[in-house]
Structures are given as C-alpha cells and as structure tokens.
Design a protein around this ligand. Structure first.
Ligand SMILES: Cc1cc2nc3c(=O)[nH]c(=O)nc-3n(C[C@H](O)[C@H](O)[C@H](O)COP(=O)(O)O)c2cc1C
Length: 302
C-alpha cells in the first residue's frame, strides 16, 4: 500500500492533500506548474445551476498574513463545467471534488443530479458557508436544521460521497456538524472563510465593493485548527482541514489534530506549487517516522 493513501468514507484518495475551492480554478489552470493528478484531489470553484458573473470589483484585497475576497461565486455553471472542464480532468485522471452552491435545496439537488450523471466526479462538497452572496450560502451553514435538510436532500439524490463545508460563523458549529452527520454526510470540510473588512484610509472608503469579504490565509489557521479539533472530537465521519495551510508543518498540525486530509487554499496564489510541496513534505515526514499518513491522524489527541 502507498503510505499516503487516504480513505474518506468509501472514497480512496492517493494522498491527503487537496486544493481548496475557489483557489485552484477548475484544476487545469495550474497545469503549467505541475501534474495536478498527483494530488489527492482538487475541489472545483463553487458550481451553480446557471453561470454567475459574481460581485463587482474590487473583489479581493490583501491584509496582513491574509486576504479578503468577495468574488461572489463567479463560475461557469454546472453545464459548462460538465461540457468543457470535466472531460479534460477525467482524461488526466484527476480526482475531482465538485464544490456546489445554490440558494435553495431544490437547486442543490438539481446540480447534484447533473453531476451524478457524469463519470469523473468523485465527491460533492456542499458550500453551505459562503459569506459573500446575498442569498443562500451562509444561511444554510449557520442553522443545523437547514444544513441537515440540504445534506439529506443531496444524499438521497446522488450516489456520490457528500462532503459538507462548515462555516466558522455558525453559532454552534458542532451542532451543525452533528446535524449534517445525522443527515447522511460522508465527511465534513472545515473551514470556509470568516467575514472581514478593510478600509483604504487615503481614499476614506472600503476596499471591497461588497464592503465585506471572506478572510483567508495564514492568519486564519489557529481558528481553523481549533474548529477542526472540536469537530474531530464530536463526529465519527472524517473531517478535512482547511484554513491557512501553506507549508508541510501547517498541514501536519491539522492531521495530528485529527483531520483525515487537508486542503491548501490561499497559499496557491503566492506559490502555485504550494500543494505539491506540502504533499512531498508529508511524504518525507512519514518516511522519516516510518508510518503511513493515516497513522499520523489524531496523534496529538493521545
Ligand atoms: C478567492 C477565494 C474564492 C473562494 N471560493 C470558494 C468557493 O467557491 N466555494 C467554497 O466552498 N469556498 C471558497 N473559498 C474558501 C476556500 O475554499 C477556503 O475554505 C478558505 O479560503 C480557507 O482556506 P485558506 O486559508 O487556505 O485559503 C474561497 C476562498 C478564496 C480565497
């Protein structure tokens, strides 16, 4: 067995390193840098039923050790994804996690059914936690009942593993996580961004046209790690850690806390090869300790 092989429910990944939705396009944009099929998987930009232009600019700005984005879920739509992107990903043997987003449970189901009809999609990641859109998004992820309703509807509509992406803005994130587990989620991914804002002092106005944006990057990591630790102690399904992971040691913190796998997000903007470097580093670390990646999971909890 490959020492990095990772099991998320019934899905076997080559390794525990994925890229986070919205920070890696549809996977192929990074083709010039390395073979993305080497990764455990890529999470696509959030896909909606219809194409979306997203919010007006400015949509991103830098802040110390982090960034703010208010992209507003701009994407090509599920149909164009299946027609133009998926065939190439399939041919290249990339493990694809389709991140999906809708403002109603019915639309979540329609997108899931459309993706279910295709080969080459390995799991669905439900974005019930986007802070940058006026309808849907975070409202689902803050409320255990709504999050469970979406999870269970998608679970029934699709044969694919269902991962639910947790919002750090949920008042009681553990209650949301347990509700999603009870509703049939195969895994939880944590965390999405937290709303923040920035003001340009010279222009005396907010930097993002949307005023607020999702805060991501290294500054988010301690918060993400604390949440992942709490979730791993509260649910039996796998938890996948996300938030400020830029280096191997960042990723190891999440695995040691109990995350079964991790996603690299904002770090790919600064270094397009970040995920690949994290992967090589985990491999070297496991070789040094003479253990598998799965054996690393949760060791800080002993
Ligand atoms: C520019 C940008 C776009 C994002 N778009 C999505 C998205 O479409 N769907 C989603 O679930 N998360 C989205 N996210 C959240 C990331 O997947 C991730 O959860 C978050 O950025 C924290 O990880 P990081 O600090 O490693 O970036 C986006 C993040 C950024 C920075």
């Amino acid at each position: 067995m490959n020492r990095l092989e990772t099991r998320i429910g019934n899905l076997v990944l080559k390794n525990p390193v994925l890229t986070a939705s919205g920070t890696f396009g549809y996977g192929l944009e990074y083709d010039d840098f390395f073979d993305v099929a080497e990764l455990g998987g890529i999470c696509t930009k959030g896909l909606s039923l219809e194409p979306r232009a997203g919010n007006a600019p400015e949509r991103i700005c830098e802040t110390p050790a982090s960034m703010l984005n208010a992209i507003g879920l701009a994407n090509v739509g599920v149909e164009a994804f299946c027609r133009d992107k998926l065939p190439v990903l399939r041919e290249r043997n990339v493990t694809v996690v389709a991140n999906i987003f809708a403002s109603s449970t019915d639309d979540f189901v329609k997108i899931a059914e459309r993706l279910d009809a295709e080969s080459g999609v390995h799991a669905l990641e439900l974005n019930v936690s986007c802070p940058n859109v006026s309808h849907g998004g975070i409202e689902f992820g803050k409320d255990p009942k709504l999050a469970a309703q979406v999870t269970s509807a998608v679970r029934k509509a699709s044969r694919l593993p269902v991962w639910v992406k947790m919002s750090p803005e949920a008042g009681d994130i553990v209650a949301v996580a347990k509700a999603c587990e009870d509703a049939g989620a195969d895994a939880l991914t944590a965390i999405n961004t937290i709303r923040g804002m920035s003001i340009d002092v010279d222009a005396e106005r907010q930097r993002l046209a949307n005023r607020t944006g999702g805060f991501s990057g290294p500054a988010l990591r301690p918060i993400a790690l604390r949440i992942v630790w709490d979730l791993c102690g509260a649910v039996s399904i796998p938890v996948i850690g996300i938030g400020g992971i830029s280096t191997t040691r960042d990723a190891l913190e999440f695995l040691l806390a109990g995350a079964r796998a991790i996603q690299v997000g904002t770090a790919s903007f600064a270094d397009p090869c970040a995920a690949r470097k994290v992967l090589s580093g985990i491999d070297a670390h496991c070789e040094k300790l003479g253990i598998t990646a799965s054996e690393l999971v949760g060791r800080a909890r002993r």
